[in-house]
Design a protein around this ligand. Structure first.
Ligand SMILES: CC(C)(COP(=O)(O)OP(=O)(O)OC[C@H]1O[C@@H](n2cnc3c(N)ncnc32)[C@H](O)[C@@H]1OP(=O)(O)O)[C@@H](O)C(=O)NCCC(=O)NCCS
Length: 154
């Protein structure tokens, strides 16, 4: 697996497939390059991701182009509602509808599970991400988010 180097801004063919353990270092690289905040010692450690996938409540998809991982999306669900998390696309290859395709693919996965609601938490200043979800028909809810963590790493 290598780092993708983009040419001119043309659409590229991607393959979307399930995450494999060997992808993990490339996913970390991708999240770093994308500037996404994640919890490497908490829910985003390899051990935790594998456990989440094994418990059947998590779907982790990666987008591959030219033998490089260029995007990913992590879906979790509770049997009724699906959550979209950790969506990222390599900065070298943005605005080619890779995020669109990843979200659409996750929606199909959630559909197969019969989920009735799909949701995504987006930071207030992440206008790009807000635009994508609005364009895809997601409705905005003016909520404030609270959480209680066992440790800052959780
Ligand atoms: C958000 C992110 C995943 C989008 O990836 P992407 O593959 O470039 O997005 P797409 O090409 O699918 O964009 C779909 C639409 O979103 C809008 N959009 C995407 N990037 C945009 C930008 N930089 N400026 C304005 N609109 C933008 C456009 O309407 C675009 O469609 P168009 O190109 O036909 O106009 C990517 O920017 C990223 O990884 N950001 C950092 C991590 C992050 O914020 N993740 C989301 C957390 S909720």
């Amino acid at each position: 697996m290598k780092t993708y180097h983009a040419g001119p801004r043309i659409m590229v063919d991607i393959t979307i497939r399930r995450f494999k353990t060997k992808d993990y270092p490339y996913i970390i690289k991708l999240w770093d390059r994308a500037g996404l905040s994640y919890r490497p010692e908490g829910r985003d450690s390899l051990k935790s991701i594998k456990a989440q996938i094994d418990n059947g409540k998590t779907i982790f998809l990666v987008a591959e182009a030219d033998n490089a991982i260029v995007g990913c999306i992590l879906g979790t669900h509770d049997g009724r509602k699906g959550w979209i998390n950790r969506l990222a696309v390599d900065p070298e290859i943005r605005r080619r509808h890779i995020a669109y395709q990843l979200i659409k693919e996750m929606e199909k996965e959630f559909d197969k599970l019969g989920l009735e609601v799909i949701a995504c938490l987006i930071e207030k200043n992440n206008t790009i991400s807000k635009n994508i979800f609005e364009k895809l028909g997601y409705e905005y809810y003016p909520v404030d988010y609270y959480s209680k963590r066992k440790s800052p790493k959780s």
